[in-house]
Design a binder for this molecule. Structure first.
Ligand SMILES: C[S@@+](CC[C@H](N)C(=O)[O-])C[C@H]1O[C@@H](n2cnc3c(N)ncnc32)[C@H](O)[C@@H]1O
Length: 536
């Protein structure tokens, strides 16, 4: 727009005066669509205009005496009131400038209309020309008193590329500020104190930083939960609340240090705090040792053994090698064979992650009679569930020699129906002739080549038409399904060349080794049973 400024009244610098004249003309002459287009930097979202009235424009100027602005505005045809301290934009400007200086507001109605012009006056040295320029804004009144409508208007403006940038409540009006997609700013004014939309809006500016901070400090949570699990805090609280001193004494900890971790975990929902007394929430109760589905060993291994291997993540990225091998000097299953305490922890952690296994028998179409072989069956939990669900079935657990002893004990209740076979699924024959084979959480430990060896070995043991059930956490098409992606990284770090696969990758791998994937049945926490048949 082009405006001729006739007289320079002296109170304002030339550029401020020109900008002010342009703003007055803009407020007087332009449509609401033009005003919105100016801040959206493109086609304005037309539907939102039905709920907005173009109320005026504001401009930031540098002036020694705010009262001088009344005369300046009068020359431009604006009847202005007395200067008064600016509350809402003033707070934001003061915060931005980092100085405890006053920001004055001088407002007036543009002659021949109802639109307002507001001058925000700051002392001359505080803001550069460019900064003052960037503060020019257009104001809209939101018609209607409905919070849902206000939220919708905000959402549409954000979708159109504007950025929420503070707001407040002043003289019965809720004010929401946006930074424009191009230059300038937009202010929404809604009648009344609109607490919820305001809180939502002013919460947005730090959302990005807060998200990043949460991401960066995720390891602190992991370690705090693991420390609570190591100290056995949940077991101590199982009988009811205890105070900090008692917990410290019974865990051999420093009370003042323990209090900090307890408070952090209480804020995260693990414990409940009542002054100095602590109790368990439902989440915290999962860290108890003696409950079904206890997560204690999982918390210990994620915050202990696997936490240390995760420190080698960059090594994996740079060399392609396993971080676990880099940190511990042996591949995981060799490490467990040589370190019984870690092996026990791993078995406990696997068991902690098996609550979902209870649902597996119901998804397997178990035959009334016949034999089930659980390949890499670990502690026998899944086979136990299958044999319980299918009382006419016999079961064989196949796993490495140091594992099958505990499995035999776990399966003892099934008498002669259950047996264990010690062996290596890469080199030894898998027990043959069964009707159903299970490969639960095995494939993700190995690369395609090694999985192919396992699958061929299993296929060699099976008759055509027999069933193979693969239990894994397939990567979904929806990129927001985060767990399979997280475990894909976890497996990269903690196996030799393992990882999660997409369902299509599973299908191809199975097909290449004598199986046809027939069905995928969903389990909680993004796990799934992939049901395949042995083909000719
Ligand atoms: C990730 S755990 C899965 C355990 C169980 N299937 C489950 O879902 O809870 C992998 C299992 O594979 C077994 N395993 C690893 N290497 C093996 C091998 N070469 N031969 C047989 N079993 C093996 C491990 O001992 C362990 O029990």
């Amino acid at each position: 727009m082009s405006v001729t400024v006739s007289g320079a009244p002296g109170a304002l610098g030339e550029r401020d005066l020109r900008r002010l004249a342009e703003t007055v003309a803009f407020a007087r002459d332009r449509s609401a669509g033009d005003a919105l287009a100016a801040v959206v930097a493109g086609e304005p979202p037309a539907p939102v205009l039905r709920h907005l009235e173009f109320a005026g424009a504001a401009v930031l100027v540098a002036v020694a005496q705010p009262a001088d602005l009344i005369g300046v505005l009068a020359d431009l045809g604006v009847r202005a009131g007395e200067p008064r301290p600016s509350a809402v934009p003033g707070d934001r400007l003061r915060e931005r400038a980092g100085q405890g200086r006053d920001v004055w507001s001088v407002r007036g109605v543009v002659s021949g209309g109802s639109r307002e012009v507001e001058l925000l006056a700051v002392p001359g040295t505080m803001w550069s020309e460019a900064e003052r320029e960037a503060e020019s804004s257009v104001a809209f009144d939101v018609t209607g008193e409905d919070d849902v409508l206000l939220r919708g208007v905000c959402a549409t403006l954000l979708d159109a590329g504007l950025t929420a940038d503070g707001g407040g409540y002043d003289e019965h009006v809720t004010v929401l500020h946006f930074r424009g997609a191009g230059r300038g700013r937009l202010t929404l004014r809604a009648p009344g104190h609109r607490t919820e939309p305001l809180a939502r809006h002013v919460g947005r500016p730090d959302r990005v930083r807060r998200t990043m901070l949460d991401l960066m400090t995720g390891a602190w949570r992991t370690r705090a939960v693991a420390a609570a699990a190591e100290l056995g805090l949940a077991d101590l609280l199982a009988g009811g609340p205890l105070d900090t001193a008692e917990l410290a004494e019974r865990t051999g900890s420093h009370a003042d240090k323990l209090r900090r971790v307890l408070a952090y975990l209480a804020a995260l929902g693990v414990f409940r705090r009542d002054g100095e007394r602590w109790s368990l929430t439902a989440v915290g109760a999962m860290l108890r040792t003696d409950v079904a589905g206890s997560q204690r060993d999982l918390a210990r291994i994620y915050g202990g053994l696997f936490y240390r291997s995760f420190s080698g993540l960059e090594h994996t990225l740079r060399t392609g090698e396993s971080a676990f091998v880099h940190v511990y000097g042996a591949q995981p299953f060799e490490h467990f064979a040589a370190n019984p305490a870690d092996a026990r922890l791993f078995e406990g952690a696997m068991a902690a992650g098996t609550t979902f296994l209870e649902l597996v028998p119901g998804l397997l179409d178990l035959p009334a009679t016949g034999t089930v072989v659980d390949v890499g069956g670990s502690d026998g939990r899944l086979l136990d569930l299958v044999l319980t669900a299918g009382p006419g079935l016999r079961g064989v657990l196949f796993d490495r020699p140091h594992v099958v002893g505990a499995a035999a004990e776990a399966l003892a209740g099934h008498g002669a129906r259950a047996s264990v076979v010690a062996g290596d699924f890469f080199h030894d024959p898998v027990p043959a002739g069964a009707d159903l084979y299970l490969l639960s959480r095995i494939m993700h430990d190995w690369d395609d080549e090694r999985c192919s060896v396992i699958l061929r070995n299993v296929r060699a043991a099976m008759a055509e038409g027999a069933t193979l059930a693969v239990i894994e956490r397939p990567i979904r098409d929806d990129p927001r399904t985060v767990l399979p992606l997280a475990f894909n990284v976890h497996m990269m770090v903690n196996t030799v060349q393992g990882g999660e696969r997409t369902t299509e990758e599973h299908r191809r791998l199975l097909a290449a080794n004598g199986f046809a994937l027939q069905d995928i049945r969903e389990l909680p926490l993004d796990m799934a049973v992939l049901v395949a048949r042995a083909t000719a």
